[in-house]
Design a protein around this ligand. Structure first.
Ligand code: BTN
Length: 326
């Protein structure tokens, strides 16, 4: 009921009478009052005025199920929200839910991760109260070879959401890091489960550095947060809701053609590697090339020194700028 109550207060944008709330939620006045008290304890600023009703004046920066769910406006992404104050990894939890039959669009969010996972077996530091750790569960009916494209769809959604929410000029470092002023503010880790040549499920884990105030010296040159880039703190739940809204939009484009042809242009416009020299590190060896942009499969089109064109698949390759991270 917390979610419904918060949604009603948000939608109203002003005062809603106790009577109205009771009628819409089909509960008693005492029940409404009790939930209002709980919300206040969680940090919500709720004003109650005789003859006018209740008004939501402010929300705390939390990622609770009700806080997230009451902000989601889309049709399916975030249709079910599972929240942990603390967990090992939202990807691990999302996979466990998937195995139990959780539906397409379920999200798992956490305030803190004790075993946050990065790409290539790295650790993703996940302290509490600052950042977004979220995993989206999908059950797409596509060939497993197309799964990496979904990571690019998420990268596009995060970049767009960050641009709209903060006004920062967020870009993408191929295939799926979100960068601001040449530094990484978000990483994405996609994992999938395949059964007999079809995808059983895909989990897309996204970590956004929102209010992180500093980074260890060895990372400070390459990593940043929205707080460090703007000089102000940002509430996490509205940004997360916006990411999911954008994901739905881009996913619809993806589904229509089962490739990235509908997104390619927008992606290439904010691709920070485009027009730069990059170092491609493949299991078979390394080379330097000139990056152009992605094709409809999400491969990075590069031109080697001899003029030869190459399409790099977003599997086990790593791409660096020749002078640094971008
Ligand atoms: C990277 O190395 O760039 C990918 C980082 C992905 C981190 C996110 S945080 C939410 C989700 N849960 C995890 O354990 N990892 C991803």
């Amino acid at each position: 009921m917390k979610t419904e109550l918060l949604s009603l207060l948000r939608r109203a944008g002003g005062y809603v009478s106790g009577q109205q709330l009771c009628e819409q939620l089909h509960v008693s006045r005492t029940a409404v009052w009790k939930v209002m008290e709980q919300l206040k304890e969680e940090g919500y600023q709720i004003e109650a005025v005789r003859n006018k009703g209740y008004c939501l004046k402010g929300s705390p920066d939390i990622l609770s199920e009700a806080e997230i769910a009451s902000r989601i406006s889309g049709r399916w992404a975030g249709g079910e929200v599972c929240y942990f104050q603390e967990t090992d990894s939202t990807n691990t939890q999302a996979k466990a839910l998937a195995e139990k039959g959780a539906p397409h669009g379920t999200i798992v969010a956490a305030d803190c991760q004790l075993a946050g996972k990065g790409r290539r077996g790295r650790v993703w530091e996940s302290p509490s109260g600052r950042d977004i750790y979220v995993t989206l569960l999908l059950r797409p009916q596509i060939a497993p070879v197309k799964a990496p494209m979904l990571t690019l769809v998420m990268a596009m959604a995060v970049a767009e959401a960050v641009r709209e929410y903060t006004g920062l000029e967020a870009g993408i470092k191929w295939p799926n890091d979100i960068v601001v002023s040449g530094k990484k503010v978000c990483g994405i880790l996609t994992e999938m489960s395949v059964e007999a040549d079809y995808i059983s499920y895909v989990v897309i884990g996204t970590g956004i550095n929102v209010n992180q105030p500093s980074f260890p010296e060895e990372l400070a040159e390459r990593a940043s947060s929205l707080y460090l880039e703007t000089g102000r703190q940002w509430k996490r739940a509205p940004l997360l809701a916006l990411v999911l809204e954008k994901f739905e939009q881009y996913y619809a484009l993806f589904s229509a053609s089962e490739d990235l042809s509908g997104i390619q242009e927008a992606y290439n416009r904010i691709l920070v590697n485009a027009g730069r020299e990059v170092r491609i590190m493949e299991p078979e060896g390394e080379y330097t090339a000139f990056a152009r942009g992605i094709n409809e499969k999400g491969e990075l089109l590069v031109q080697k020194d001899g003029g030869q064109e190459e399409a790099v698949y977003a599997g086990e390759v790593s791409v660096r700028g020749i002078y640094g991270y971008v």
